[in-house]
Design a protein around this ligand. Structure first.
Ligand code: BES
Ligand code: ZN
Length: 465
């Protein structure tokens, strides 16, 4: 059970702005409790300076911040220095992963086909300069390839049913020197083979319409020869980082022993400045760290920006997998801010891995109701760092606007698409939700009609103003 502390201590810590008249204490204890708590959470939210968030997004989104590159390192240094400026002790947690530098050359020419082709590479596609007869290999499943001789040929495969990597490996096993995979939905195909593998042969992607044009020629019995070139790709070990700032409970004696993690990922995909994805969450994490720094709390709060989220949630998984058991057991909530400020996205939503409510959604539904009169809805969703926490049983939710903006993962994810109103709204809801759980539980004074009580009320009023 949380222990009550002296009201005066809290008031002293927050004594910088008006919170209205404490006459509310004269109603019932319960009403007084709620109203005072709400006053204090408003003090916390009033401290949020949305320009700080906006300016830090602007700073971070000058270039993409691909994990393992110099630009990620710069972002990490900046985040670390901001945390330190706010008075935090920080830790930069390093981890290694196998990364991929995309090719500078991707070419495909098909003899016997007169149309234009715009081939793309998969993440982890290997370099090579190969040619051979183009052979229709269906979906590239093992049973489909059983009676096909692909030796020295280029396998022509449709997207679907099994992962791209499996299609490439199945074709390579049957002797193919190259693979062309075409989309089964409109638009270009930007896929990943998941991991590096020595057994891959060069593989390129085509759009659905390009693929269907080639497929109809092959189905009509035409002979096509494909020449395929991928150059400049490189896969190898990279180093990424998580940045961790810790706010210990204000008093060791009064600590609940619980930990709340507020986090965001600071990396971006290649070619995207990632203003919304996820400089927005990173900058908001920084601002909430600043705001909460001097607020008395009985719960530890960890502010973490994760690296290599875009490479497969690597930073958050590294963090969770390397936590000592006792710390893991003490984390009661993970608030994940990922894409929290786009003008062109829909309304705020919370996504949980299992689609069920948990402590995070409950706290945020309560705070959003207090601020906006309506609870922020929740739904099922993964695809970000909250997954790493949810997988080990920690209540976790992603804060995101739904539907997402059209600039997601594009070069147009830039600062001019960021809305200060959206940032303010999310920052208020999340800071109040965290404060609600982490604040000292005050045993509010019972209202008495005595003179002594009146004097106390005056004292509180003066202290708070
Ligand atoms: N910010 C996105 C997550 C996202 C986007 C969630 C749209 C819901 C809707 C995140 O940075 C991302 O792009 N994640 C990857 C998956 C990850 C495991 C590499 C994705 O969704 O492709
Ligand atoms: Zn993201």
């Amino acid at each position: 059970m949380k222990k009550p502390i002296l009201l005066a201590a809290l008031i002293a810590a927050l004594s910088f702005s008006a919170v209205g008249s404490p006459a509310v204490l004269a109603k019932s204890t319960e009403t007084a409790h709620n109203q005072w708590d709400h006053k204090f959470e408003q003090i916390v939210s009033k401290r949020i300076n949305v320009d700080n968030i906006y300016n830090n997004i602007d700073y971070l989104s000058k270039t993409p911040r691909v994990a393992g590159t110099e630009s990620e390192n710069k972002a990490v240094e900046f985040i670390n220095s901001q945390f330190k400026k706010y008075g935090y002790k920080t830790e930069i947690q390093e981890f290694k992963f196998i990364g991929y530098t995309p090719p500078d050359t991707v070419e495909l020419s098909v003899d016997g086909f007169s149309g234009d082709l715009h081939p793309g590479a998969f993440t982890f596609s290997v370099n090579g300069d190969v040619s051979g007869a183009l052979v229709n290999a269906g979906l590239g499943k093992k049973d489909e390839l059983q009676n096909l001789d692909l030796t020295g040929k280029v396998a022509f495969i449709k997207r679907g049913e099994i992962p791209f990597a499996e299609k490439v490996l199945n074709a390579a096993e049957k002797g193919a020197v190259g693979v062309v995979i075409y989309n089964n939905v409109d638009g270009p195909l930007n896929g990943t083979l998941g991991t590096a593998n020595d057994k891959y042969v060069p593989a390129v992607s085509l759009s659905k319409s390009e693929g269907e044009s080639l497929a109809s020629l092959l189905n009509n019995g035409q002979t096509l020869t494909a020449a395929l070139t991928i150059a400049g790709a490189e896969s190898g070990e990279r180093t990424s980082h998580n940045v961790i700032a810790t706010k210990p409970p204000t008093s060791k004696k009064k600590s609940t022993n619980e930990i709340i993690v507020l986090g965001a990922h600071h990396d971006s995909v290649a070619g995207a400045p990632g203003a919304n994805d996820d400089a927005s969450g990173t900058a908001m994490t920084l601002e909430l760290a600043r705001v909460l720094k001097s607020i008395p709390t009985d719960t530890e709060i960890r502010f973490i920006t994760f690296g290599a989220e875009e490479e497969g949630l690597l930073g958050s998984r590294h963090y969770v997998n390397n936590l000592p058991e006792d710390q893991l057991n003490r984390i009661v909530a993970n608030f994940n801010l990922d894409m929290v400020g786009s003008k062109d996205a829909g309304d705020l939503i919370m996504l949980t891995l299992d689609g069920k409510p948990n402590l995070v959604t409950e706290l945020a539904q309560a705070s959003s109701t207090r601020f906006n009169g309506q609870p922020t809805p929740y739904a099922q969703g993964g695809r970000s760092d909250h997954v790493a926490f949810a997988e080990v049983g920690i209540p976790a939710a992603l804060f995101i606007h739904d539907p997402v903006e059209p600039w997601y993962h594009t070069p147009d994810d830039t600062i001019d698409k960021i809305s200060k109103e959206k940032l303010q709204d999310v920052a208020e809801i999340v800071s109040a939700a965290i404060y609600d759980r982490a604040k000292y539980d005050i045993k509010w004074p019972k209202p008495k009609k005595s003179k002594k009580q009146k004097a106390e009320e005056l004292y509180y009023e003066q202290s708070i103003k």
